[in-house]
Write a protein that binds this ligand. Structure first.
Ligand SMILES: Cc1cc2nc3c(=O)[nH]c(=O)nc-3n(C[C@H](O)[C@H](O)[C@H](O)COP(=O)(O)OP(=O)(O)OC[C@H]3O[C@@H](n4cnc5c(N)ncnc54)[C@H](O)[C@@H]3O)c2cc1C
Length: 93
């Protein structure tokens, strides 16, 4: 797959979706790679990633996919939103 050009990628997708290739005749597919996309799924131990507000800290918080939120799952927009919500909630406690 990494060696495919845009036309070949569209052909592959159309094949999977059973779309007529004519459907995407005017589409322009520009291949790009995301070498770090799996970084969020790397095995980790509790403590490897910070809590949104680390215990004992004040006046700052961490957001993003790389904070530890119990029973939540990356990689979603919701995860980042929940991280920000947690920071605000803890800050207001
Ligand atoms: C191809 C793709 C498809 C996705 N599809 C979905 C989906 O369908 N549903 C879903 O829920 N999630 C999806 N996601 C995941 C979702 O986009 C991310 O989880 C979410 O955007 C993360 O939000 P964030 O605010 O934590 O980080 P980001 O949106 O990555 O924002 C971080 C910001 O910080 C900026 N930045 C970085 N370094 C610095 C610096 N040193 N100084 C200043 N600014 C800096 C960056 O430019 C960026 O604007 C998808 C992601 C990708 C890549």
């Amino acid at each position: 797959m990494v060696e495919c050009n845009g036309v070949e990628i569209l052909q592959e997708i159309c094949g999977h979706l059973r779309f007529d290739l004519e459907t995407v005749a005017s589409a322009n597919c520009i291949p790009c790679r995301m070498p770090y996309i799996t970084s969020m799924f790397m095995p980790r131990m509790v403590g490897d990633r910070p809590l949104p507000v680390p215990r004992g800290s004040k006046n700052f918080g961490f957001i993003s996919q790389f904070v530890e939120i119990q029973d939540d799952v990356v990689p979603t927009v919701e995860y980042s939103v929940r991280a920000a919500q947690l920071v605000i909630r803890v800050a207001n406690d």
